[in-house]
Design a protein around this ligand. Structure first.
Ligand code: CP
Ligand code: NVA
Length: 309
C-alpha cells in the first residue's frame, strides 16, 4: 500500500482534529445543497461502488452525493461482476483503481477491505463490513452535533447487538471523548479488540446487563437490527436472545428528557425499537439518514483534495 494514499477503512483512521474539519465542511456542503447552490469540487472524478451486500441508503447517498459534486459513479455488485465468480479481490482492486479516482466498498470481513486497500492505487472507503460502519457513525455524530452541539462529554447508550455499529461507536467514544454505555444480551458482547483504537489498551465503553440502566441519564439512545447482514442463519436464536433489548418508551424515559433516538436503518418496528419511539418526537432517524449524503460528500472531497479553505 502506498503511504501517500489516505483510506477510510475504520473510524480510528482519522484524528479528532480531522473529524472537526469534516463536520464543519459537511455543514457548509449541506447549507449549499439546501440553497440549490452548485458545489462541483469533484468534476471529472469517478467513484466506483462495490456492493457485496444489499443497500438502500449507502447506495443512494454516495451516488447522489458524487453527482452533486460534479463527478460520476460506477456501481458494481457481486452478482453482476466477476467478484461473484471468484475473481480475487486483489485483482479487482488493481483493475478498478486504474480507472477511477476513489472506491467505496460494502463487504463481509474487514480483512477483505484491508486487502482491497493494499492493492488499490486510489483511496478506499468502508461502506460497511462485518466489523465496522464508519460512514454511518460519521453521519450520526454530525446529526447529534446539528441538534444538540458538541458530543464531547455527553453520554451515548448503545442497546442491542455488539455489532459493526457498536464497535464503531466505541472507537468514536475513545477518539472524541464521550461516554458509551453498552447493553447487549450475553453472548453478543462488543469485541474489545475490534472496538479499540488501533492497539489502544483498555476499553472505551461501560457494559450494563440491564438495557434500562444503560439508558440512565443518556443524551442519545441508539440501536440497530438484531440480525445484521450475513448472520441470517442466526435469526431465530437472536430473536429469542434479544427480546428484552427493544428500545421502548420506558428506556427513553430513563434517558435525559431531551435525549435523542437514532437508528442507522433499516429498522424492524416491534423488534429492536417500538414504533412509538422510532416514529416519536425524540427520533431523528430521517435527518440521520439524509446526513449520510452530506458527510460523505465532505469525506470524498477530503480523501481526494485534502483540506479546502
Ligand atoms: N444505514 C445503512 O447503511 O443503510 P443501507 O444498508 O440501506 O445502506
Ligand atoms: N448492523 C447492520 C447495519 C445495516 C446498515 C448490518 O450490518 O446489517
Amino acid at each position: 500500500m502506498s503511504a501517500a494514499i489516505k483510506h477510510y477503512l475504520q473510524f480510528a483512521d482519522f484524528t479528532a482534529e480531522e473529524y472537526a474539519y469534516l463536520f464543519a465542511r459537511a455543514a457548509l456542503i449541506k447549507r449549499k445543497f439546501k440553497a440549490y447552490e452548485k458545489h462541483h469540487s469533484l468534476s471529472d472524478r469517478t467513484l466506483a461502488m462495490v456492493f457485496e451486500k444489499a443497500s438502500t441508503r449507502t447506495r443512494v447517498s454516495f451516488e447522489a452525493g458524487m453527482y452533486q459534486l460534479g463527478g460520476s459513479v460506477v456501481n458494481l455488485t457481486s452478482g453482476d461482476s466477476q467478484l461473484g465468480r471468484s475473481e480475487p479481490i486483489e485483482d479487482t482492486a488493481r483493475v478498478i483503481s486504474r480507472m477511477v479516482d476513489i472506491v467505496m466498498i460494502r463487504t463481509f470481513e474487514q480483512a477483505r477491505i484491508d486487502l482491497f486497500a493494499q492493492h488499490s492505487r486510489v483511496p478506499v472507503i468502508n461502506g460497511l463490513t462485518n466489523e465496522y460502519h464508519p460512514c454511518q457513525i460519521l453521519a450520526d455524530l454530525f446529526t447529534y452535533i446539528e441538534h444538540r452541539g458538541p458530543i464531547q462529554g455527553k453520554t451515548v447508550a448503545w442497546i442491542g447487538d455488539g455489532n459493526n455499529m457498536a464497535n464503531t461507536w466505541a472507537q468514536a467514544a475513545a477518539l472524541l471523548g464521550f461516554t458509551l454505555r453498552v447493553s447487549t444480551p450475553r453472548g453478543y458482547e462488543v469485541d474489545s479488540q475490534l472496538a479499540a483504537l488501533n492497539g489502544a489498551p483498555g476499553k472505551g465503553w461501560q457494559s450494563f446487563a440491564d438495557p434500562r440502566e444503560a439508558c440512565a441519564g443518556a443524551d442519545l439512545v441508539t440501536t440497530d437490527v438484531w440480525t445484521s447482514m450475513g448472520y441470517e442463519a442466526e435469526n431465530e436464536a437472536r430473536r429469542q436472545a434479544f427480546a428484552d433489548w427493544c428500545v421502548d418508551a420506558a428506556m427513553m424515559a430513563a434517558a435525559k428528557p431531551d435525549a435523542l433516538f437514532m437508528h442507522c436503518l433499516p429498522a424492524h418496528r416491534g423488534e429492536e425499537v417500538t414504533a412509538e419511539v422510532i416514529d416519536g418526537p425524540q427520533s431523528v432517524v430521517w435527518d440521520e439518514a439524509e446526513n449520510r449524503m452530506h458527510v460523505q460528500k465532505a469525506l470524498l472531497e477530503y480523501l481526494l483534495l485534502g483540506r479546502l479553505a
